[in-house]
Design a protein around this ligand. Structure first.
Ligand code: GLN
Length: 544
């Protein structure tokens, strides 16, 4: 029987509920339990695919091609469990399904209402595909009291009633602010937030209190008393020096023990935390250091490149190196060449990440050229690989080489694809069709050329599977011309039509990939491309 842990947040947003859910799941997993984490997003977008990365951070793509909330990235990184479409739902998707059914006549005769129709759909989502699980953690986006999260709270309330008495648990994450002028931690916001939650019919069992200062015993007892929980269930959650120390920190504060106690489980095995001890040891005790420049567009908000940031950290862990990331706005390279050299010369590796739109593209191409000419390790991801191919095409004499994403071009080295093969068969798109959910999304296989650099990076594999999220492809018609410049097409789709990986064998480390390897990197299982790139950057750091 799967047990449910409902995670809500109070007082303010950005308390790190996602990280908390991921850490709790990791701790339960360390005790041998099978876990899965789900995210309920109250906004009306059907998925976050069409939201600006500035607004919402990165869009995380699953193997099965869902465009999901970035918290699912935390879940995967902390548990190693691959997320699925069925792990993220939004109000938009729920309403879309209900309205489609209503138009079809499925509810004929009935008035369609938030209760029961919307709440039933939310419950159905929570209860689906849980047969082999011990714990399902459900994180509700937003903050208690938000208008749009009300149907989700109501669905939880109903589930708490309908499931077995000891089958559900409510964890509420709050903030205990420090008022410097008074020199005191304040518990009132937590009390109010719990009261708000209680008014919706949900009594929290465990409170996780985020705070910048240690929570004195007196305050802990006060919170317990006013909020109607045991003092041991008031878990202090101090800011952590790294997200990877959070599982160990929460374990030391007793979080997983309290959660198990809440379910009446007294015979749980002690957790095996060696994986987390190793990860934090590698993170906090590096033996080398590199600086990687990420030349992109959304550099103002690091959440926009969340998985990339983490994958670079994992690559550092694999090499016992500290990775400093310098975020560089590609637009600053659109003018002066000397500016490029000044910014890029101090770097040990240059990475051009995924992105959309023309802005900054010439700056990205200029960074590729710099990395190629100066033998600096280069890693191009998705749009970054496309830019590497345009750079090669210009080197081959196609002066106007460009992408049709940036407007009409006589030299479409990168162009839109309207047909491709997926596991589900031939996929077709109209060039001017809908933008939501219409890209090449999710896991696709690629064949690697034997004896290529990437095949060696993947441990000699010639068959890999990686996740995609893009609308445009490198045009294989230019292959011969580009290979003439030394850029080898070392990975292709199984039908040989779509370029998946390019590399330069005559360069210390130059790899472009059409997919997003950062989505599959985990701290205890760093992605080989990131380990390889950081290792090359370490070699470079000894040269400069
Ligand atoms: N904009 C490019 C495309 O759609 C690249 C997308 C990406 O980098 N994720 O093909």
């Amino acid at each position: 029987m799967a047990r449910y842990i409902f995670i809500t947040g109070g007082v303010v947003s950005s308390l790190g509920k996602g990280l908390m859910a991921a850490s709790l799941a990791a701790l339960l997993q360390a005790r041998g339990y099978k876990v899965r984490i789900r995210k309920f997003d109250p906004y009306l977008n059907v998925d976050p695919g069409t939201m600006s990365p500035y607004q919402h951070g990165e869009v995380y793509v699953t193997d099965d091609g869902a465009e999901t909330d970035l918290d699912l990235g935390h879940y995967e990184r902390f548990t190693g469990v691959s997320a699925r479409q069925s792990d993220n739902v939004t109000s938009g998707r729920i309403y879309q399904d209900i309205i489609t059914k209503e138009r079809r006549g499925d509810y004929l005769g009935a008035t369609v209402q938030v209760v029961p129709h919307v709440t039933d759909a939310i419950k159905e989502f929570a209860l689906a595909e849980v047969e082999d699980l011990d714990f399902v953690l459900c994180e509700i986006g937003g903050t208690v009291g938000d208008i749009e999260s009300l149907p989700f709270m109501e669905a939880i309330r109903q589930l708490r009633n309908e499931l077995e008495p000891m089958q559900t648990l409510s964890v509420h994450v709050t903030l205990v602010p420090y008022i410097a002028a008074a020199g005191e931690l304040k518990t009132k916001p937590t009390q109010h937030s719990v009261r708000e939650l209680a008014s919706l019919g949900i009594k929290p069992d465990v409170l996780l209190c985020r705070s910048e200062h240690p929570l004195p015993d007196g305050e802990r007892r006060k919170i317990a008393q006013f909020c109607n929980v045991r003092a041991e269930s008031v878990i202090p959650a101090l800011d952590a020096p790294s997200i990877y120390s959070v599982p160990l920190q929460y374990h030391n504060e007793g979080l997983d023990g309290e959660v198990l106690r809440g379910f009446g489980i007294t015979d749980a095995p002690e957790p095996d935390l060696t994986r987390w001890q190793d990860v934090t040891d590698r993170y906090f005790n590096p033996e080398g250091e590199v600086t990687i420049g990420v030349v992109g567009k959304y550099v103002g908000l690091q959440d926009a490149y969340k998985s990339l940031n983490e994958a670079l950290v994992h690559g550092g862990m694999a090499n016992r190196a500290k990775v400093n990331i310098r975020w560089i706005d590609a637009e600053v390279f659109e003018g002066d060449e000397s500016d490029i050299a000044a910014k890029l010369e101090p770097l040990h590796g240059i990475l051009v990440p995924g992105g959309f739109g023309e802005r900054g593209s010439e700056g990205k191409i200029a960074s590729v050229r710099f990395a190629r000419e100066r033998n600096v390790p280069f890693f191009g991801i998705c749009l970054g690989m496309q830019m590497a191919c345009i750079e090669a095409a210009r080197l081959a004499g196609h002066d106007n080489a460009s992408s049709t994403e940036f407007g009409d071009t006589g030299e479409p080295v990168v162009g839109i694809i309207t047909e491709w093969m997926s596991k589900a068969g031939l996929q077709t798109r109209e060039a001017g069709g809908d933008l939501g959910g219409t890209m090449r999304l999710g896991a696709y296989p690629a064949h690697l050329a034997a004896n290529s650099h990437v095949s060696a990076i993947y441990g000699g594999a010639t068959e890999i599977s990686e996740r995609h999220r893009h609308r445009y492809e490198v045009n294989a018609a230019y292959r011969e011309s580009l290979e003439g410049t030394g850029l080898v097409f070392s990975g292709m789709s199984p039908d040989g039509l779509l370029p998946e990986i390019v590399e330069r064998p005559d360069h210390p480390w130059f790899v472009g990939v059409q997919f997003h390897p950062e989505l599959k990197s985990r701290p205890f299982d760093p992605h080989p491309l990131f380990s390889g790139f950081v290792s090359a950057a370490l070699r470079q750091s000894r040269l400069v």
